[in-house]
Design a protein around this ligand. Structure first.
Ligand code: DAH
Length: 341
């Protein structure tokens, strides 16, 4: 009968299972502790006839070993399961995180940079807090040019020298030309400031991208070709351009560029005021006075420059009607551009 008891216990311990550390400890107490069932067999062992002692002793040892092995195995399994966290994914973030989206102006700015970098333009930048020389004087603005007026320019300091917020990214042209000699082929995105009343159509800060190419024999035809390529990449292969004569102090000749209206395909609609054309940028051949002011020999080199408003291009591409949307951080507006990048 002791052998029957041993066999029964053996069958039991071979199939032990547990869900956690407490249950394992309970099994250890049940079978292996001083008051456990296997220890209890020892009391019966005394009554086993001498000729059976060897056989029963070996069986008890086998039982003890099996119970110990099984319980250890459970412990080990539980411990490894613990580090793997029972199928829980430890790489998950602790709370749901919503992905943000790129700002529409950033999307469009990056696209402009991409297009011009495919033509060999490299990025350049300059400070937003500037001085009169870089924003106006070096760019051939007359001393009494109205753009310097308080009504347009935010001045930070007027004495002893003018310190101001740049009103256009053309100041980066001067920054680069002062340091480098041609060939120069740069694209300069950045924020600019003007003292304007804020409305749907104007803001006191906005963004521009400036381009400048200076080398030997750069011509107006080169400018036109680069801008046509840009317009078609940006607004589609059917896009037409036209250049209208204009005036900027830093270019001669100067022009404004229109593209065929993307909404009506050039037929005329409310958006293009029935002209079929919308203006997108200013451009021209760099005035020799500007080259000389920046230490570049205007007899040896010529160049072209252009400047465009990022908000303007974004409005045209995505029909944003109110400029203020760009700086209000309304996530309902920003999420409209999730798919655009
Ligand atoms: N700086 C001009 C503006 O803010 C834009 C511009 C026009 C830039 C013609 C140029 C250019 O480089 O050639 O309105």
């Amino acid at each position: 009968m002791i052998l029957d008891k041993i066999e029964q216990l053996l069958a039991e311990v071979q199939n032990l299972s547990a869900q956690n550390a407490e249950e394992i400890e309970a099994l250890r107490l049940k079978y292996l502790s001083k008051k456990g069932e296997i220890t209890a067999l020892m009391a019966d062992f005394r009554n086993v006839p001498a000729e059976q002692k060897k056989e029963v002793g070996m069986k008890i040892n086998e039982l003890k070993q099996t119970a110990t092995d099984r319980i250890n195995a459970l412990k080990e399994q539980f411990e490894t399961a613990d580090t793997e966290c029972d199928g829980i994914d430890l790489t998950r973030t602790p709370y749901p995180v919503n992905l943000g989206s790129r700002h529409p102006l950033t999307i469009v700015k990056n696209e402009i940079i991409d297009i011009f970098s495919r033509m060999g333009f490299i990025l350049a930048d300059g400070p937003e807090v500037e001085d009169d020389w870089h924003v106006f004087s070096s760019l051939n603005f007359a001393a009494d040019h109205p753009a310097r007026d308080m009504q347009d320019t935010f001045f930070i300091m007027r004495d002893p020298a003018d310190v101001l917020l740049r009103t256009h990214t053309s100041s980066v042209q001067t920054r680069v030309m002062e340091k480098a000699q041609p060939p120069i082929r740069i694209i300069c995105p950045g924020r600019v400031y003007r003292n304007e009343a804020i409305s749907a159509r104007a803001h006191c800060f906005f963004h521009q991208v400036e381009g400048l190419y200076i080398d030997k024999n750069v011509s107006f035809a080169d400018l036109k070709q680069a801008l046509l390529y840009f317009a078609r990449q940006m607004f589609g292969p059917e896009t037409k351009i036209r250049l209208r004569p204009s005036y900027f102090p830093f270019t001669e000749p100067s022009a404004e560029m229109d593209i065929s209206c993307g909404l009506c395909g050039g037929k005329g609609c409310g958006f293009c005021k029935n002209t079929g054309w919308v203006e997108i940028l200013g451009c021209g051949m760099v005035d020799p006075n500007v080259l000389e002011a920046c230490g570049i020999d205007s007899k040896e080199y010529t160049g072209y420059a252009f400047g465009m408003g990022v908000e303007r291009i974004t409005n045209l591409k995505y029909s944003v009607k109110d400029l203020r949307m760009f700086s209000e951080n309304d996530v309902r507006f920003l999420h409209l551009f999730d798919a655009a990048h």
